[in-house]
Design a protein around this ligand. Structure first.
Ligand code: ADP
Ligand code: MG
Length: 564
């Protein structure tokens, strides 16, 4: 390869850079948080790889992050002795956005600063946030397994191109140097940088070091010494006692592990002792990531073993329907060289998964009861995923069922706010079933002709139109001893709810319509199984129903769409 070459950013990166500078300007100091977060991730990765390959440490096992500034050159530099980047890594990771769904995400941007700032935050701003305060960024890096002459210098002014040059670097790791824009002098201050680090990065478990400063009478100013001092607490946040952690610290830690920009909605932090010993610090985000439905795109819970980072999105640690949860689990029992394969079989992992599931369900139960507004937010973002749990997690089905929310004829709105317990509390005298209708849209559900008789009798019906509903209902057959019944299926025994007069009338109608029914039966021969008189319609002349033991029309259409 050529020693130096100039390459163009992926189109989406160009768009992101442009938007970020304009929409996140009021929050510009977050660049430091993002670069420190990356440095910490790079050290975690090295520590993990060194478990099998100790020579990667090259005699320098004290992992740390350093922050320096040079007032004359007007630069701020963040360096680490972590895993480092090769030339290819630099081109890939600092020139493109690798997450799937990126294109679709950018298509949603509106040009409205406020809205776009929210969207971009959700996307995660990362390394590119450097360009909010810098008009040139230089990344000098050497991978832990590369030689002195195989280092790379990546440089860009954030305008659309970057250069990569092969250079020398004496030690392993990465230094990111920001050449500050004219108006950003405030960051050329030891006091200011320390303040930002304490606010945003105190939870980082590695030492973050800066050069000590002393008062000089001669210059009548603070001057830097040559001695490094650690400016954060430098112990893993989750190992600290709960009462020593502020909400702000929890929130900043969440942003680091989740790569999210917004505060979390809720969290749960517990140390579990006994048969299996672990610490869990789990968060529920405020907003679904744009790739929630992309199973490869998710970043879930990080696994640590005795404080050593082992892997990202360890999907064995929580069931699939809790894939929106972020955070860390630190096990005292698993071996450091644990692999994904071992995770699948491990009994310790099974007990961690059960314990963590319980904790999240408790957190949601508490939210539903005590913070209904938060629960509304949660349900809008993640309700459809939680519904998967009613099928996937038989052991917790009852608890999950209590957390579900639906639209219903009682509310006259598409908002899903009605719990099964609400429904049961409003059941009519003599009613022993929970009725629902499924359709492809809320409008179709709420206009279903099957609803007529229920509306007339004042019986509430749940209106379901999420894709996952039919699937969920094939597992969730009853709640509180009452079976869930589709009103679109045959054999609805509404008789118990009918009074004597009405029963008589229905029998008469059936008798009178016999000749008509015979004619219809002939005319539709082979097209339908049976024609019968019904009491379930009020305004519509006829409707098609499915046998009570057959698939509903909605699920049939879904299967047809899937080519079955
Ligand atoms: P994220 O941290 O969410 O992956 P970033 O934009 O912050 O996204 O960083 C992009 C990628 O660049 C990282 O995933 C990592 O691969 C690489 N990277 C950034 N900073 C460093 C660093 N200090 N050392 C090694 N790799 C880094
Ligand atoms: Mg990052």
């Amino acid at each position: 390869t050529a020693p130096s070459e100039t390459l163009g950013f992926q189109a989406e990166v160009k768009q992101l850079l442009h938007l970020m500078i304009h929409s996140l300007y009021s929050n510009k100091e977050i660049f430091l948080r993002e670069l420190v977060s990356n440095a910490s991730d790079a050290c975690d990765k090295l520590r993990f790889q060194a478990i099998d390959n100790p020579e990667l440490m090259q005699g320098d096992a004290d992992l740390r992050i350093r922050v320096e500034y040079d007032a004359d050159k007007r630069t701020v530099t963040i360096s680490d002795n972590g895993i480092g980047l090769s030339r290819e890594d630099a081109v890939q990771n600092l020139g493109t956005i690798a997450r799937s769904g990126t294109k679709e995400f950018f298509a949603q941007l509106t040009g409205d600063k406020q809205k776009d700032a929210n969207l971009i935050g959700q996307f995660g701003v990362g390394f590119y946030s450097s360009f909010i305060v810098a008009d040139k960024v230089s990344v000098l890096s050497r991978r832990a397994d590369a030689s002195e002459t195989e280092a790379v210098l990546w440089e860009s002014d954030g305008q659309g191109e970057f250069s990569v040059t092969q250079v020398e670097k004496a030690d392993r790791g990465t230094s990111v140097t920001l050449h500050l824009r004219e108006e950003e002098d405030e960051f050329l201050s030891g006091w200011k940088l320390r303040e930002i680090l304490r606010r945003y990065s105190d939870h980082i478990s590695l030492p973050i070091q800066m050069l000590k400063e002393e008062w000089s009478e001669e210059k009548s100013a603070q001057v830097k010494t040559t001695e490094w001092e650690t400016v954060n607490q430098a112990n893993a946040l989750w190992t600290r006692a709960k009462n020593e952690i502020t909400d702000e610290q929890y929130k900043e830690f969440y942003k680091h592990v989740s790569h999210d920009f917004e505060d979390p909605l809720a969290w749960t932090h517990n140390r579990v002792e006994g048969r299996s010993e672990y610490t869990q610090l789990l968060f529920v985000p405020k907003r679904a990531p744009f790739d929630l439905w992309d199973r490869d795109g998710r970043r879930g819970v990080k696994l640590y073993v005795k404080r050593v980072f082992i892997m990202d999105d360890a999907d064995q640690l929580l069931p699939t329907y809790l894939r929106f949860v972020r955070g860390v689990i630190d096990s005292a029992d698993l071996p450091l060289n644990v692999s994904r394969e071992i995770l699948q079989e491990s009994r310790d992992v099974r007990s961690i998964r059960e314990g963590s599931t319980k904790r999240i369900l408790m957190l949601l139960e508490d939210m539903a009861e005590n913070k209904p507004d938060d629960y509304k937010v949660f349900w809008e973002q993640f309700g459809q995923v939680l519904k998967e749990g009613a099928g996937e997690d038989v052991a917790n089905q009852e608890r999950i069922a209590k957390l579900l929310r639906f639209a219903s004829t009682h509310e006259n709105s598409a908002n899903q706010t009605v719990s099964l317990a609400d429904y049961v509390s409003r059941m009519k005298e003599g009613q022993d079933k929970i009725y629902y209708v499924t359709a492809e849209s809320h409008a179709a559900a709420s206009n279903s002709p099957h609803l007529e008789i229920f509306r007339k009798k004042g019986i509430e019906v749940l209106l379901m139109s999420d894709r996952v509903d039919e699937w969920m209902l094939s597992f969730l057959r009853e709640f509180d001893g009452k079976s869930l019944v589709s009103i679109a299926k045959g054999g609805l025994d509404l008789e118990q709810l009918a009074d004597e007069d009405e029963k008589k009338r229905q029998e008469e109608v059936a008798e009178q319509s016999k000749p008509l029914i015979e004619r219809l039966q002939k005319a539709l021969d082979g097209k339908v199984k049976e024609v019968r008189a019904t009491a379930r319609l009020v305004d519509s002349p006829a409707c098609v129903v499915v046998d009570s033991n057959e698939l509903s029309p909605h699920i049939l259409r879904m299967l047809q769409a899937a080519g079955q």
